[in-house]
Design a protein around this ligand. Sequence first.
Ligand SMILES: Cc1ncc(COP(=O)(O)O)c(C=O)c1O
Length: 316
Amino acid sequence: MNTPESRYAFFEGKIVPIEQAKVSVMTHALNYGTGAFSGLRGYWNPDHRELYVFRPIDHFERLTNSAKLLLIDMPYTPEQLRDIVIDLLLHEGFREDVYIRPLVYKSELGIGVKLHGLKADFTMFALPFGRYLEHDDGLSVCTSSWRRVDDTAIPARGKISGAYANSALIKSEAAMAGFDDAIVLNQDGHVSEACAANLFMFRKGKIVTPPVSANILEGITRQTLFTLFAEEMGMQVVEREIDRTELYSADEVFMCGTGVQISAVTSVDHRPIGTGKLGPVVAKMRTLYNEVVRGNLPRYYSWLQPVFACEEVYAD
Ligand SMILES: Cc1ncc(COP(=O)(O)O)c(C=O)c1O
């Protein structure tokens, strides 16, 4: 786990010292998982002396949709949320890679399982953050015995706090069996995604990923890769169902997400994938992605929100 090194949080409408950002044990979301969250990254570019937040508006649009599933009207627009991120990061002053956690949650105190008629609140904190998975250039994964939450149970396309008990079951089962992560099947037995990341394979010359109807979270990184594969490598990503055993005969498998970034999977259920080593397609995409998120490719600047460039605006 990353230990908190944050000094501030946005809490109940303003930035406060992190020690003041506390909720009661009676909070609805703490008891019932009735919150929705997001995870963004900020990338430090030492040459630019700048911290770039990656695709904040897209993250906040998804957060707004996740909140809607829980009958929560977001108290801020995506643009206002982006401004809150900038303000928070300027307060923190981090000059290194960071992770940002916005959370909207049912803040009502008391007992009673429901969604309607409950007040909600919004909070956000940020902390320095490097790698999420240790062996991200060669992960060994298993297929989980758990299934991914279904749209008919807890909608997987929402990043809903309570649904992460499912991800935690998946992750711990895999880690306790000695794997780095796991692939999760959906209720029909097709590949859905990894524990907290979307999944892709390169097979027979095509890049393939499960469709949005496979109970995946509609990842911002996944969407980014659609663009980068098309624009930079001339490959259209194919969205279709994937069988578990197709992965065994893929040339390359990789997962992507804000946390894992682009991580190569080199073994699935003890079967080596391709050569069993980091493959050329994933290697190329990892390098490219790193250049994009750090602001080294000007054609993708529109995805980046610089923080320190806004310092003067916020000082006023
Ligand atoms: C379950 C799950 N799937 C996929 C992703 C990847 O989504 P994104 O690329 O928006 O971070 C995440 C990550 O944060 C996740 O928790």
